[in-house]
Design a protein around this ligand. Structure first.
Ligand code: C5J
Length: 220
């Protein structure tokens, strides 16, 4: 067992029954010309999470933990994209339209791929998801159950959208979730801060919050 210094209180967990899940560290969210930029965001704000994610991946791999990388995106024919999601957006370019990194948020396109800094290693789980949460229409629950996973270290983007949606559902499904505060990021710094506060408020209503230094030192 290891103990992680966290809010609202230290958490003891077993690395053998824990997984690191890195959410949507894709070019479409972090690089200019993708989905995030199409929605009018300053994509450079997400880059602060890259180095903490690299540090987490390094220690999780050394500890032999299950590592999962998720990607948000849709089939090329858009048959898995709800019309309400397709209709949203301010600008003229939408999901499925051609951008500088290929068709926006479409599986197999350059923009849908992981950023090179955080590319999965062979054998790590790559989980394609059509929505914000990592459980919705994916086999994540099966993968975690088959590996006996009970605790999740959660990193990636964005804090208040795909990270929060995943953590809320994981919490309801009985997983202990640790959101790694500097390994998650948002286009909106105030949303990031409040989203983290919401996780650990009320005695840890959704889970725990710890920084990557605390998590890495507990794991090494
Ligand atoms: C968003 C995500 N923000 N990965 N997706 O649309 O958080």
């Amino acid at each position: 067992m290891i103990e992680i210094t966290a809010k609202p209180y230290p958490l003891r967990l077993d690395p053998a029954s824990s997984a690191l899940i890195v959410i949507d560290m894709q070019r479409d969210f972090l690089e200019p010309g993708g989905f995030g930029a199409m929605l009018g965001n300053d994509v450079s704000l997400l880059r602060s999470a890259i180095v903490p994610c690299q540090r987490l991946l390094e220690v999780a791999r050394k500890a032999g933990m299950l590592v999962i990388h998720t990607r948000e995106g849709h089939r090329p024919d858009l048959s898995d994209a709800p019309p309400a999601k397709l209709a949203r957006g301010k600008g003229p370019t939408r999901i499925g339209d051609l951008g500088p990194m290929g068709r926006i948020l479409i599986r197999g396109e350059p923009g849908h791929d992981f950023i090179p800094e955080l590319y999965p290693l062979p054998g790590e789980v790559v989980l394609d998801k059509p929505g914000k949460g990592s459980f919705c229409q994916t086999d994540l629950a099966l993968i975690l159950a088959n590996r006996g996973i009970r605790s999740l270290l959660v990193a990636g983007v964005t804090t208040e959208v795909c990270v929060h949606t995943t953590v809320r559902e994981a919490n309801d499904r009985g997983f202990e979730c640790v959101v790694v505060s500097d390994a998650v990021a948002s286009y909106f710094p105030e949303f990031h801060r409040v989203a983290l506060d919401m996780i650990s408020a009320q005695g840890g209503i959704f889970g725990w919050v710890a920084d990557s230094t605390a998590v890495c030192s507990a794991l090494t």
